[in-house]
Design a protein around this ligand. Structure first.
Ligand SMILES: *[C@@H]1O[C@H](CO)[C@@H](O)[C@H](O)[C@H]1NC(C)=O
Ligand SMILES: *[C@@H]1O[C@H](CO)[C@@H](O)[C@H](O)[C@H]1NC(C)=O
Length: 405
């Protein structure tokens, strides 16, 4: 008996995915009544399967198999915490969103697929997550929104308080709003994914990261028409590398400090990225009147191809608002490094540093930056306002532009 048990454990060990040890239990959505014809709402079947996956208590990895079919899901929340150490979603098939806004009715949150409080979540496979968002792009609201409220189309995929997650190899298309939102997650890795949406689709950010730490985004293609990656309040230790970004708005930190908020972002590195035909390249944007900081941020090994504004710090950020005033308070921007950066700018101001009039930006470091104009006969220039730091081997020149620290 004892031997038999031991044998069972050894068998399971050898069947487990490399890199993990322990037992694996698998659940296929088809066994829970999913149809996979692309028109039946398979959300109830996915939720039923999820209940078993999440509550499987005697396995190390609990696996949800989504086979090679097309599954229509209405808005759905996959709730944790779960019992297994890892929840592995093997996404081979395609998941598509409803074609009509009416099918979103009754879901209280602005998200289509959401994972809440799931630890050890792994989503991996060559499958597609298709937000079919075009129905939202012209007319974002359902019915008439209450005046004064904002009406936001749903994010395609939300991870809320999911620690130790990995998202790998998947493809993401046409979200109603952002492709992926990470909120209050720790220790996560997104790699080898591909996200696309038309250049003119509104607010279709690639990955929005807020309140999260120790997150890596690696080796992916993001061409979505808006921010490729936006890092906002409460985020730290964010590492981005090997991203091909564009068309869209580049990689942004912020906006921070809206309506006097206290917002902090620190320890961000953006490395080895190519940013093509974006409205802005790498940008730090803060509102007047906020408190907090954006500090220890590094942009290294970046190549710009015809970016509109390759390098920007904007401490007077204020789009779509009429009451833009300069305030005495501002988010403190410091220790920002731009190193090994090359490429072309569509506008004249290839480097644009608009720092707050009172606090300013401090310890900006430019080293081996070479930006030229993408427009024949136009000269690339740098603009500085209250920006403090040092520059070496930088073109356009920052002499008489940067102030000493
Ligand atoms: C840089 O990123 C590309 C993907 O864009 C990747 O293929 C390459 O290996 C990366 N190089 C380094 C040195 O990380
Ligand atoms: C705020 O200050 C900046 C820098 O001095 C200036 O360019 C801008 O016009 C001011 N904005 C307002 C709304 O006063």
């Amino acid at each position: 008996m004892g031997l038999l048990l031991l044998f069972g454990v050894v068998m399971s060990l050898s069947l487990a995915k490399p890199g993990f040890s322990g037992t694996t239990s698998s659940f296929n959505v088809m066994q829970y009544g999913a149809v996979g014809d692309g028109s039946t709402n398979d959300a109830p079947a996915f939720v039923k399967a999820w209940e078993d996956v999440c509550h499987q208590s005697n396995s190390h990895i609990s696996r949800l198999i989504v086979p090679a079919k097309t599954f229509l899901l209405r808005p759905v929340i996959f709730k944790g915490p779960c019992k297994s150490k890892y929840i592995y979603i093997q996404l081979t098939g395609n998941i598509v969103a409803p074609k009509t806004k009416g099918e979103y009715k009754g879901s209280q949150i602005n998200t289509w697929l959401s994972f809440n409080y799931v630890e050890g979540l792994i989503i991996s496979g060559k499958g597609t997550i298709d937000g079919r968002g075009s129905i939202w792009w012209d007319q974002p609201c359902l019915g008439n929104p209450v005046p004064g409220t904002t009406c936001r189309p749903p994010t395609a995929l939300t991870l809320y308080r999911c620690n130790r997650f990995a998202l790998k190899g998947t493809r993401h298309l046409n979200p109603a709003r952002s492709h992926i939102t990470l909120t209050s997650c720790k220790y996560g890795k997104i790699s080898n994914i591909r996200m696309t949406a038309p250049d003119e689709s509104p607010n279709t950010d690639g990955i929005d990261i807020s309140g999260s730490s120790n997150i890596r985004v690696l080796d992916s293609f993001i061409g979505t028409g808006d921010d490729c990656i936006a890092i906002s309040a409460g985020s730290s230790r964010i590492h981005i590398a090997g991203i091909t970004c564009g068309p869209g708005h580049g990689i942004s930190i912020g906006s921070l400090g809206t309506r006097g908020e206290m917002d902090n972002v620190e320890d961000v590195t953006v490395r080895n990225c190519t940013i093509t035909e974006t409205l802005t390249g790498v940008r730090i944007k803060t509102w007047q009147g906020g408190i907090g900081y954006a500090r220890r941020i590094k942009f290294e090994g970046i190549r710009f191809v015809r970016a509109n504004n390759p390098i920007i710090i904007d401490q007077f950020y204020c789009p779509h608002r009429t009451d833009c005033k300069n305030e005495t308070k501002a988010i403190r921007v410091s220790d920002v490094t731009y190193r090994g950066i090359v490429g072309t700018s569509l506008t004249k101001e290839a480097i644009n540093l608009r720092c707050d009039q009172n606090i300013g930006c401090s310890n900006l470091v430019f080293d081996r930056v070479s930006l030229s104009s993408a427009v024949a006969g136009q000269k690339a220039i740098a603009f500085c306002h209250n920006a403090h730091g040092t520059a070496s081997h930088t073109k356009p020149s920052l002499t008489n532009c940067l102030l000493p620290n």
